[in-house]
Design a protein around this ligand. Structure first.
Ligand code: PHE
Length: 346
């Protein structure tokens, strides 16, 4: 029966596919072309009784239309296929793949903030080498030849000079080397900060690392006083840790400054009330500082009768840990995304 055949072909076409050009051509030959099955059926129409011919003709037209629609669909799909031949359409209802932005490293955030604050006070930014001679790291800074900081336990030496100690090559232990280089090549007034990486031979733990970051500052001009140092750091503390912050200076010792002072700031976690971050003292230490020792000025070719200066140095890790309540130094270098992502948008 011709209608049985039509039904068969209808479901055959419904279930057919054309995943590539060959399959599309096979479909065309079988259902569309003059030699195809549907044309055959139209030819057979003559043999059918007059009364039924009209109804069967309509069925055949439905079949022919279906074949043509499917053929157009397949052609369109194949035209849109990608290089792999895949004809999968894009599903616009799928949830988007989140666009993961990187975050700025907390040490970078804090370094930038420190730089901004000092730039507003008229300091510029200077950089210097991480591999340095003893002269720039120690000797010019008034360290005695037998000063313990030179010992292997503190300093990574690259090569020991056969001649004078000042020619030893080492990894800088502080960014003070940049102060010396700056004073050597620039006449006062000098007002600069020096951010950078420093190296000390320490075992890595939650509280110590062999690589860390400092920002040092130097101001040399006529009549620079201890009051200028105090005011500058007081202003810095208020900008960095909040308007209510106070600072406290404790006498200290550095070979390159005289007098020297350690700078404490009111604990910004407990606001001075006492907590485990400040060990219940209400104060946290943030920097070393002092008036540049006249010997240092002279070592760098600056007349210490005419000029005075102050210098300070702070650890970026320490300030970052205090600011964000981070209790393990190793988190800064482990690159654990669960840690780093917490600073997105910070
Ligand atoms: N260079 C000192 C250090 O690394 C810090 C410091 C800088 C102290 C300038 C006083 C003045 O510990």
């Amino acid at each position: 029966m011709i209608t049985e055949r039509v039904k068969e072909l209808l479901s055959e076409i419904e279930g057919s596919q054309a995943r590539n050009k060959e399959e599309l051509e096979a479909f065309r030959l079988r259902y569309i072309s003059k030699k195809g099955v549907i044309t055959d059926l139209f030819d057979n129409l003559k043999t059918i009784a007059q009364e039924e011919r009209r109804a069967v003709g309509q069925e055949l037209n439905t079949l022919k239309n279906l074949a043509q629609t499917r053929f157009q669909e397949f052609t369109a799909l194949l035209e849109n296929a990608d290089d792999t031949g895949s004809t999968d359409l894009i599903d616009l209802t799928l949830p988007v793949v989140p666009n993961l932005n990187g975050s700025i490293h907390p040490l970078t955030i804090v370094r930038q903030k420190i730089i901004e604050i000092f730039e507003r006070m008229g300091f510029n930014v200077s950089y210097g080498p991480e591999i340095e001679t003893d002269w720039y790291n120690f000797s010019a800074l008034n360290f005695a030849d037998n000063h313990p900081a030179r010992e292997m336990q503190d300093t990574f030496f690259i090569s020991k000079s056969k001649g004078e100690v000042k020619d030893d090559v080492l990894l800088r232990t502080h960014t003070s080397n940049v102060q010396v280089r700056l004073m050597e090549r620039q006449k006062p007034p000098i007002r600069s900060i020096m951010p950078g990486r420093v190296f000390r031979n320490e075992a890595i733990s939650a509280r110590a690392h062999c690589v860390f970051h400092q920002v040092e500052g130097l101001y040399v001009d006529k009549n620079v006083s201890f009051k200028d140092l105090k005011d500058t750091l007081y202003h810095f503390a208020k900008e960095m840790f909040g308007k209510e912050s106070k600072i406290r200076l404790r006498p200290s010792y550095f070979p390159f400054t005289e007098p020297s002072a350690e700078i404490d700031v009111t604990c910004f976690i407990c606001k001075g009330k006492g907590c485990n971050i400040c060990k219940y003292s209400g104060w946290v230490e943030i920097a070393g500082s002092g008036m540049v020792d006249p010997n240092v000025l002279e070592n760098c070719g600056i007349d210490s009768e005419e000029y005075t200066g102050f210098a300070f140095g702070m650890g970026i890790e320490r300030i970052t840990m205090l600011r964000y309540g981070i209790n393990d130094l190793r988190l800064f270098t482990e690159n654990d995304v669960r840690f780093l992502r917490q600073f997105e948008g910070a």
